[in-house]
Design a protein around this ligand. Structure first.
Ligand code: GDD
Length: 336
């Protein structure tokens, strides 16, 4: 990434964006950062950045203001969470389309050089994910369109809008489909947490209380691939530097069931044989999901390196520390 470019990161108080800003700053770039959340709810907050707290990017005048003085835009903002959130807040999730729409219009008006959009594996056709073990989803598997209701439709629509801004106005766009990114400085409680953080928290709580049982949504046989956040940032920056304007998977191919992931977490925690209370009425999402990463390997000459066990170990330690730390501000990680 050219050090002389000034970079706008939208959704800067969020999980992935916080890690991304850290890397961009290490590279020597100037950063402008904004988020709808007030300062106290940002996961990471860097001093040497022009921060705009409580700034709603659904409002086009805000988009115009902050795109005025930057070269590149990273749109990492959306109202989201794990299955517990997106299955019960579809209207909320779909309103993120306003952020992407207004930011693209403002980027066009202010002649932004390159625009990144953070899409999701939820953009994929759900009928291709109805078995426990599936072949990795290839980029073309998003069509015919039948994505995750609400959140996935917004992502697919926004991807397509990026494509048309590229075709019609020549804006350079880069689009990543993230596959369940996890790691430190992310939500682990409060309703928006994804499975890796939620299950780390539940195992930590069980250990603390000597409980012997944890609640698990679904029968635990559903599968996913998970990607550690540092790997996600690396893939994102490589994609950004590439010439590829098509959507690209940024994920791992270490497909595990939820039950297998719990076993890994139990090993990390030093306890074993927790009983699982499988809650079949809780949000489950698709039955099986896995990322095919051939396109990223070919175009970016890149693939993830960190095993799920290694990434979960780092995540577990961070969550355990947060949960036991005196003065830990748990609400910081739960606010919408
Ligand atoms: N969140 C959560 N909490 N999920 C649990 C739990 C729990 O305590 N116990 C079991 N699960 C199961 C869910 O039922 C689901 O089948 C699976 O773990 C994965 O759940 P999530 O991590 O919440 O969501 P996802 O993988 O279906 O989708 C997530 O990743 C997508 C990208 O790959 C979401 O965050 C989407 O918003 C995101 O686009």
């Amino acid at each position: 990434m050219d050090k002389n470019k000034t970079i706008l990161v939208v959704g800067a108080g969020g999980f992935i964006a916080g890690h991304l800003i850290k890397r961009i700053l290490e590279n020597g770039n100037k950063v402008v950062a904004c988020d709808i959340k007030p300062k106290e709810f940002w996961f990471q907050d860097f001093d040497n950045v022009e921060n705009h707290y409580s700034m709603d990017m659904k409002d086009i005048s805000n988009c115009m203001k902050v795109t005025n003085k930057v070269n590149y835009v990273f749109n990492m903002a959306c109202n989201m969470g794990g299955m517990g959130f997106i299955e019960n807040n579809k209207a909320e999730c779909m309103q993120s389309v306003l952020i992407n729409t207004n930011l693209l219009i403002a980027s066009k008006e202010n002649k932004i050089e390159k625009y990144f959009f953070s899409s999701s594996a939820c953009a994929y056709n759900i009928s291709k994910q109805d078995k426990v073990f599936i072949e990795g989803l290839k980029e073309e598997d998003a069509y015919p369109a039948d994505p995750e209701d609400g959140y996935g439709w917004e992502k697919l629509f926004s991807e397509r809008m990026c494509r048309h801004f590229f075709e019609d106005y020549g804006i350079q766009v880069r689009i990543a489909r993230y596959h369940n990114i996890y790691g430190p400085y992310g939500t682990y409680d409060g309703g928006r947490e994804k499975a890796p953080a939620a299950l780390c928290r539940k195992v930590i709580e069980a250990k603390k209380k000597n409980a012997g049982t944890i609640d698990v949504w679904g029968d635990g046989n559903q599968t996913r691939t998970f990607l550690y956040v540092d790997e996600c940032v690396e893939g994102t920056l490589r994609l950004f530097d590439s010439n590829c304007s098509d959507p690209m998977n940024i994920g791992s191919d270490e497909q595990v069931s939820i039950n297998q992931m719990i076993e890994i977490i139990e090993n990390i925690s030093g306890i074993s044989n927790l009983k699982k209370n499988h809650q079949l009425d809780k949000p489950k999402g698709v039955r099986g999901r896995s990322s095919n990463n051939d396109f990223a390997k070919k175009v970016l000459n890149w693939s993830y390196k960190m095993s799920l066990k290694e990434g979960l170990t780092k995540t577990f330690k961070w969550i355990e520390n947060e949960m036991t730390r005196e003065g830990s501000n748990i609400s910081r990680f739960t606010k919408s």
